[in-house]
Design a protein around this ligand. Structure first.
Ligand SMILES: C[S@@+](CC[C@H](N)C(=O)[O-])C[C@H]1O[C@@H](n2cnc3c(N)ncnc32)[C@H](O)[C@@H]1O
Length: 460
């Protein structure tokens, strides 16, 4: 039975923080959370990490491909990202009708008829009602071409739902949330301030509650994953907190890979052999991104600078994923960043040895990125293959990560269910792209990573 909490004060009292969770307490909370998914003798353990904070470590040798753990989400909710279909039930994640899909109890959350009266929706429904959401449907009536009322969801209030759900977890589950790292980032406050504007009675003056909420949102932004979920053919992205998966620290070519089953189960496997005592790592970025792109992403979204071997090698294990063409007239050499420990390096040509300032090369990289991404968004697969093979080589070296990602996009589109028929020549290009990407993953030492599995098993 879900506990019913009726006032903000009761929620806060129920959510009292335990500031200093010891490693033993954290391990116990994780065990309780794993429940029957916890192995009797796990091949992992939690320990302080030389990389950052706590980490996950191998208790014995683990072979590549071996299962490390499976974990159910502690809490999930809608990501409500740009481009998400907001008319998706917040409980069962089914696609709802296009016009009327909001909860009949006027909490303004999109929910199906069955879930509207379910135990799972009860607390959050009452909670949103108490905050008195502003009803956008009335204001946006004129947007409907027929003048009929059309339900409208504010993505900002929808995104706060995962945080609200944290307040209704059990005491031990909330102690686990409280034991997780929360980066203190001012941008996270904006998320709450903007959400507050969607309600008439958001308790903005209730400092203890707001402090709790800021911390919960900090925990979510530091640790939550975007986990794909498919229900009746409808795909949505869930914002899911998987505490054990989240405790794994980042490495740009990690020794473990994680994937999600229907948004609610995380599965972690060894990508390479991991020796007893070794830290088990995962990646917070895309594996094919260049050093600079990963560095900027980690700095801007996770607030740290990675210092792994791959980040410290400006040839990027010989993959030259950052490389651009030399800007010197007549030279078609490859230019790569010189220094590795800065996000604004000088760039040097491997042929003529000329050095270029970062600003110039960053503009060139942006041009390549925008040109290729514009094509991806607007071109058919057939035109994309022509563009990649005939036009890209004029301005972008074949090793550049943007071009590699474009090839991955072509493979992906060609193997989608319901994709059109392709000529033998087009299929041969697809196979060549596959081989190229597998060779890059091999050079990176990525082992049995998720992308390799995807390329070999699903997008052949
Ligand atoms: C999801 S937490 C990882 C678990 C964290 N170590 C803990 O003790 O809870 C993500 C945070 O861990 C730290 N972190 C993870 N990988 C790192 C790395 N390779 N280098 C530096 N900091 C890292 C960063 O502060 C990052 O924002």
């Amino acid at each position: 039975m879900v506990e019913r909490i009726n006032t903000t004060a009761a929620m806060v009292a129920h959510m009292a923080p335990s500031r200093s969770t010891t490693p033993d307490q954290l391990a116990r909370l994780i065990d309780v959370h794993l429940g029957e998914l916890r192995e009797e003798l796990p091949n992992w353990m939690l320990a302080p990490s030389p990389v950052a904070g706590r980490g996950v470590f191998a208790t014995r040798d683990i072979a590549a491909g071996e299962l490390i753990f499976r974990e159910r989400a502690l809490v999930v909710g809608p990501t409500a990202r740009k481009g998400s279909q907001l008319n998706t039930c917040v409980c069962c994640h089914r696609l709802l009708g296009a016009k009327q899909f909001l909860c009949p109890h006027r909490c303004t959350l999109p929910v199906c008829g069955e879930c509207a009266d379910s135990e799972a929706h009860h607390n959050e429904c009452a909670h949103f009602q108490r905050w008195q959401p502003k009803d956008l449907s009335e204001e946006c009536k004129e947007l409907s071409p027929t003048g009929e009322p059309v339900d409208v969801v504010n993505p900002l209030s929808l995104r706060i739902l995962t945080a609200v759900r944290v307040f209704y977890l059990s005491k031990e589950q909330r102690a686990l949330v409280d034991a997780m790292q929360a980066n203190a980032e001012r941008g996270y406050r904006q998320e709450i301030i903007k959400a507050a504007q969607c309600f008439r009675k958001f308790p903005t003056t209730d400092k203890p509650f707001m402090d709790q909420l800021f911390r919960v949102v900090g925990v979510l932004n530091t640790n939550a994953f975007e986990a794909p979920c498919r229900v009746d053919g409808h795909e949505s992205l869930l914002r899911g907190l998987f505490p054990l998966t989240a405790i794994m620290n980042h490495e740009c070519t990690p020794n473990a890979s994680h994937y999600f089953e229907n948004g609610r189960l995380a599965v972690v496997r060894a990508a390479r052999d991991i020796p007893k005592g070794g830290e088990i790592t995962t990646t917070y970025t895309k594996i094919l991104w260049s050093n600079l792109t990963r560095g900027i992403f980690l700095k801007m979204t996770k607030y740290f600078v990675c210092n792994c071997d791959r980040c410290n090698d400006n040839s990027e294990n010989g993959t030259y994923l950052s490389a651009l063409f030399c800007r010197e007239q007549g030279c078609k050499g490859l230019v790569i960043p010189v220094q590795t420990k800065t996000l604004q390096p000088d760039w040097r040509c491997l042929s003529c040895e000329n050095v270029f300032p970062h600003a110039k090369m960053a503009r060139y990289q942006d041009f390549a990125l925008n040109t290729i991404n514009n094509r991806i968004n607007t071109c058919s697969v057939r035109d994309m293959i022509h563009f990649i093979n005939e036009l890209c080589p004029r301005f972008c070296p074949p090793s550049n990560y943007v071009l590699i990602e474009a090839k991955l996009n072509v493979i992906w589109r060609m193997t989608r269910i319901g994709a059109e028929e392709y000529t033998p020549e087009e299929l041969a290009h697809k196979d060549r792209y596959r081989e190229e990407i597998l060779a890059i993953l091999h050079k990176l030492g990525a082992g049995e990573c998720t992308l390799k599995k995807l390329i070999n098993e699903e997008i052949q």
